[in-house]
Structure formats: C-alpha cells, structure tokens
Write a protein that binds this ligand. Structure first.
Ligand code: TRP
Length: 336
C-alpha cells in the first residue's frame, strides 16, 4: 500500500503558545515519528507576508517556531521540515494554478468575505478597503503548498477547511483540463485535538493577545497562569469543571488519572489560587526539559538554518521533477 502523505503549514507570525502546542505541535511531533506515514511540515512564511508584518517579526517568528518544533523532538529524518520560501517551485505552481482558478471561487472565501463585510458595516466607500491581493489569492498559494507534494491528507483547524476544499476544486479543474496529474487531497479536521481558551476565557489566539507562550521563563509562566480568569467562588465551594479555563488547560496536559483526581478536588471546592499553583507546576514540569533545548536553538540560528536547508533539499527531490511534469502538461516547454 502506498503511504498517506500528510502535509501542514504553520504561518510564521508570532511566537508559539500553549494553544498551538496542544492543538498542532504536539500531535504533529507524535506523527513525525510514525514510519507508516510521510509527513511534510513547513513554515508558511509567504503566507505570513500577506499581513505585511514587520520584517523583524517574520524572521524572528520563523526562528522561534523552528526552535520550538525541534526542541520538542520533531523527527526531521522521518518527516520533511522546510520553509515554504526555500521551494521556488511553489510560487511557480501558484501561478499555474491561478490560471485555473475561477475568480468567483475566491470571492467566496470566508476570510475575504469577512473583511468585505467589516468594510460594509463600517460604511466604507470601498468594500475592498485594506484588502490586498495576497489576502484575496491566499487560497491559491495554499493549494500550491498542498498539491506540490501530492499530499493526500491535510490536518488543519476548522477555519482552514474551506481552503482545502478550494484546493480540491482547483486541482479537479486542472486535471479535467490537463489530465490526471494532481492528487486530490482531503482535509483532516482534528476534532479530538483540544482548542484551548486563553487568559480571558476566549480562544487562545495571538490576535486576542491572551496567550501563554510556550517557552517563557518560569517566573513569567507563573505570572501568566495567575492571571487566568476564574469566577468568584470561594475556597471550599464546589466548582464546575465545565466552565473553567484552568481545568481545560490542565486536562490538555495531564494524564487521565490525574485529571480524575482534579475533578474530585473541584467537587471538594479547591481554591482557585491553589488550582493555579497546581496548573503552573504541572505545565512547568512538562515544558522544563525542552526549555533548555529551545534556548540552545535560539542561540544557534545557524544550526536551525542548516536543518531547514536540509529539509528543503529533501522537499525539492519531489517538487523539482513534479513541477517539470506539470509545466510540460500545460505547455511551458523547451522548444527543442
Ligand atoms: N493557512 C494555514 C493557517 O493559517 C497555514 C497554511 C499555509 C497551511 N499553507 C498550508 C496549512 C497548507 C495546511 C496546508 O493555519
């Protein structure tokens, strides 16, 4: 049987936080060690550019994300770990796919529509105000990422599902036109992976500024955990696990028997301050071994760079010959 090919991208904006860890990093690292699957993980730095971020931030984010994944034990022998911008075949494929993409399909993208809607609600004269072409054609670049490596499975969050569906549409149209060349991928939506709430109880996200970064030092980690929102129940009053960010985060890290123990302590009325201390100690201990490794990578960016270059070389063993085949199919050929 041929191996399933899993591929997923990480946009290089911001620093990895514990929500990223339990939702994406941890499951991907576990999968990277699975020899029955071929895994591609990459830094989507061209996607990060779409938001026209500060150049320093984009560069720093690439280093921090790479350092985090490596420190946490990503198996770069079994998985292919690379940077999107190191694969020149991806932007070429993006253009070829752009020629096969209906404008109407892009009009329907949720993220584009949301921005237009926001402009309309603000009574802006221009519904496209502040929208660049990168936001508009973002799904085509993502389709190229996916199709370039013949991915069969694409693990993404629910918010990205539409993009994978668009990838399928684009690939099907291409194949209809040029023959059976592109592999039609499937989204894998991780319903069992946790979506963590942040300090204020909303989804942990850098856009809400409510995150707990994965590799902050102990003191800062403690401080952040002490800030997590709770209700005003007093020590001794029974507490509900269903409405507690502290509980949710603990559950995402701890073993089932430990979670059961905490459930008992909630029923017995554990004080919030006490629960915060328990959570801090647990996460701190869990992260501790990787923290020094992370710092080692941050202090040695040249080593991270070498790892990424090696990953790009491996990736290009696939993308270079495959793009040749695709170019030939569409008629971009040598003349003799
Ligand atoms: N758009 C994805 C996100 O924001 C990141 C991404 C870029 C991606 N290219 C991809 C994910 C290809 C999966 C496959 O999360």
């Amino acid at each position: 049987m041929t191996k399933e090919i899993y591929l997923t991208g990480i946009t290089t904006t911001g620093t990895p936080h514990i929500g990223n860890y339990v939702g994406a990093i941890r499951p991907c690292i576990a999968a990277s060690k699975d020899k029955s699957k071929q895994n591609y993980y990459f830094l989507a730095d061209f996607h990060a550019l779409a938001k026209a971020e500060d150049p320093q931030r984009i560069a720093r984010s690439s280093l921090e994300i790479s350092a985090a994944w490596l420190a946490l034990g990503l198996d770069t022998d079994n998985a292919v770990f690379y940077r999107q911008s190191d694969i020149p075949e991806i932007p070429q494929l993006t253009w070829i796919l752009t020629c096969m993409t209906a404008k109407g399909l892009m009009n329907r993208a949720h993220s584009y529509k949301a921005q237009v809607q926001a402009n309309v609600e603000r009574h802006s004269k221009d519904p496209d105000k502040g929208i660049n072409m990168a936001l508009y054609s973002y799904p085509i670049l993502m389709a190229a990422d996916i199709l370039m490596f013949k991915s069969t499975k694409v693990p993404v969050g629910r918010d990205q599902k539409q993009h994978v569906e668009m990838t399928r549409d684009i690939a099907q149209r291409f194949n209809h036109h040029y023959g059976d060349i592109l592999v039609i991928p499937e989204a894998v939506i991780g319903d069992d992976t946790a979506v963590l709430a942040g300090l204020d109880g909303r989804k942990m996200s850098k856009s809400y500024d409510n995150t707990i970064p994965l590799f902050v030092d102990e003191k800062r980690l403690r401080k952040l955990i002490m800030k997590i929102k709770t209700n005003s129940l007093e020590p001794g009053e029974p507490k509900d696990i269903n409405d507690s960010t502290l509980y949710d985060i603990y559950k995402a890290f701890a073993q089932p028997d430990e979670v059961a123990e905490i459930e008992k302590r909630y029923a017995d009325g554990i004080a919030w301050g006490e629960m915060k201390q328990v959570l801090f100690e647990y996460i701190n201990e869990h992260i501790q071994p990787a923290r020094a490794e992370y710092q080692r990578y941050i202090d040695d960016p040249a080593e991270v760079e070498r790892t990424l270059i090696k990953g790009a070389e491996k990736a290009r063993e696939v993308s270079v010959p495959y793009l040749d085949q695709i170019r030939d199919a569409v008629g971009i050929r040598k003349l003799g």
